[in-house]
Design a protein around this ligand. Structure first.
Ligand SMILES: Nc1ncnc2c1ncn2[C@@H]1O[C@H](COP(=O)(O)OP(=O)(O)OP(=O)(O)O)[C@@H](O)[C@H]1O
Length: 198
């Protein structure tokens, strides 16, 4: 279980628990602070408060180890090498996910530069899924995708949730929030969240 207690970053002040195998949708107007919150949970920016995974404080482990367990996926994931496959430690192991998301199997040697926005978004998700994280913090993971690709992403994440992965899924799509989550966190301009059922 992920326990977030008194997490503060900029104007954000949030507490919640996330059970294993639970998906919460994070909603709220543009600029309200959804990305700020997700990045703070992953400890990517300075923040205050207590965050635990199964009771273990995140301070008890090195930041990279925490981020491997509690993984933030940006809307537009970053790339640092020339080709797609250079971003994977085991590209061949990623191929089933690549196919699942409707990407061509031979895209490994492709230059990242030639990828479309939606291809980059799906490959960024494959990278995150390869980590087998306990918690996925997904920041509008289907914002650049068509209906079929969105459905593929939702079904892949649903399988991970069924396997016990916990997810916070930021989305502007109300219908998607209702489809994927068992609770909805609406972020308010004051930086707190109000919980409801989909
Ligand atoms: N390092 C920072 N210093 C000061 N303000 C920041 C910083 N990072 C983000 N902000 C501000 O915090 C606010 C919330 O930004 P955030 O990216 O979390 O919004 P969001 O809810 O994810 O929006 P969107 O739906 O458009 O992605 C914005 O006004 C942004 O400018």
């Amino acid at each position: 279980m992920l326990t977030v207690s008194g997490l503060k970053r900029l104007h954000i002040s949030v507490s919640f628990d996330l059970q294993d195998g639970e998906c919460v949708a994070l909603q709220g107007p543009s600029g309200v602070g959804k990305t700020v919150l997700l990045r703070a949970i992953a400890d990517l920016d300075p923040n205050e408060g207590t965050v635990r995974l199964d009771g273990a404080l995140r301070e008890q482990m090195p930041a990279p180890a925490w981020r491997k367990r509690v993984t933030y996926l940006a809307t537009e994931p970053g790339w640092w090498s020339e080709t797609v496959q250079e971003h994977f430690t085991a590209w061949n192991d990623a191929l089933s996910l690549v196919k699942c998301l409707g990407l061509p199997e031979d895209c490994g040697p492709w230059a990242v530069q030639r990828l479309s926005t939606g291809e980059r978004q799906r490959l960024g998700l494959v990278r995150a899924l390869m980590l087998r994280s306990r918690v996925l913090l997904l920041d509008e993971p289907t914002s650049a995708l068509d209906t079929a690709s969105t459905a593929a992403v939702e079904s892949l994440i649903a399988a991970r949730i069924a396997d016990g992965t916990s997810v916070v899924w930021s989305t502007h799509d109300d219908a998607q929030a209702r489809r994927v989550s068992s609770r909805i966190f609406a972020m308010r301009p004051g930086g707190h969240i109000e919980e409801s059922r989909p």
